[in-house]
Design a binder for this molecule. Structure first.
Ligand code: GDP
Ligand code: MG
Length: 299
């Protein structure tokens, strides 16, 4: 091993649902990015910092790259492509059962316009019985782009993660330690709290509801020995509000309970979660609403 200190941004990019956020959490050994079985869970760029003796890796978890429809999706894809362009190393993620499709074509197109070293991680190796079955996929990708290395991993079990880190460290540029050793993320507590609520909404509702939901934390403060968090769940229509609240308020209560439990576990404090639901018509289409809800457009 050489002894120079290395540091830089590593953008984790890929199609929705391949396991980017799961990988970030696994690498950090802590949950900072929400994960659900539904695609398009991640909407913002999330910084996760891994510090070891000889390097500091600044991972950027990103929304998936796909063909966007409405304005929020366009902002999500912009966020991801910008992270890709600004990174020192690109980590493209896919999964063994996925053939490259239009999303991957978009990403490969973006990669071909950069000089940035790229590493391919093929995730979900835990569901691949025989890793040799990945060879045709590896060949397909290698023909399309000069990936520095291809690493099969399982973000879920941790298999292959240390190998992946070694590969990434090799391609990281020399650089200073940007953040204190113990810093894991820059995301404010309020943002993480809002994300935890949104994760529970994703997990507890179906159809279009998760995609019509945004969460904003209005208050986050100490109050009589506990942490008081007031959050508003925004939806686009009255009918969605009714579903989210549920008969006798049961659905919202369930979401609130699950979110509170996780907030208590992650903050180590007793939490009072005061949850409200409001309608903001077509917020996913309006720049002003998108900014208000924490999704500023970027170019
Ligand atoms: P993202 O959209 O790329 O950030 O994907 P997520 O991290 O949100 O994961 C999407 C789904 O894939 C979730 O249900 C994860 O539990 C699952 N998942 C992620 N990594 C793995 C893995 O290595 N193996 C398996 N079996 N499932 C995984
Ligand atoms: Mg994600």
């Amino acid at each position: 091993m050489d002894e120079t200190y290395k540091s830089g941004y590593i953008a984790i990019v890929g199609s929705p649902n391949v396991g980017k956020s799961t990988l970030l959490n696994r690498i950090l050994g802590q949950k900072i990015a929400i994960v659900t079985p539904k695609p398009q869970t991640t909407r913002n760029r999330i910084l996760g910092i891994l510090s070891r003796n000889h390097f500091q890796m600044l991972f950027l978890d990103t929304p998936g790259i796909f063909q966007p429809g409405y304005r929020l999706q366009k902002i999500m894809v912009q966020t991801a492509t910008r992270a890709l362009r600004e990174a020192d190393v690109v980590l493209l993620m896919t999964e063994g059962s996925r053939q490259p499709g239009p999303d991957e074509e978009m990403i490969l197109g973006l990669l071909s316009r950069t000089e940035t070293p790229a590493v391919l991680a093929i995730n979900k190796s835990d569901v691949v019985a025989d890793k040799r079955t990945l060879l045709p996929l590896i060949e397909t990708y290698s023909r399309r782009h000069p990936f520095r290395e291809v690493v099969p991993i399982s973000a879920l079990t941790g298999d292959g993660i240390e190998d992946l880190l070694k590969v990434l460290a090799k391609h990281l540029p020399e650089g200073p330690q940007y953040y204190p050793q113990e810093t894991i993320t820059e995301a404010p507590e309020r943002f993480i709290a809002a994300e935890i609520v949104r994760e529970k909404v994703f997990l507890q509702t179906g159809e279009e509801i998760p995609y019509a939901v945004a969460v904003k934390v209005d208050e986050y403060k100490d109050r009589d020995h506990l942490l008081y968090i007031k959050a508003t769940v925004y939806v686009e229509r009255d009918s969605q509000k009714a579903i989210l609240i549920g008969g006798k308020g049961r659905k919202l209560k369930q979401i609130g309970q699950l979110a509170r439990q996780e907030l208590e576990a992650s903050t180590g404090r007793k939490v009072f979660l005061d949850l409200w639901v409001k309608v903001r018509r077509k917020w996913r289409q309006k720049d002003q609403d998108l900014r208000f809800l924490g999704y500023p457009s970027r170019r």
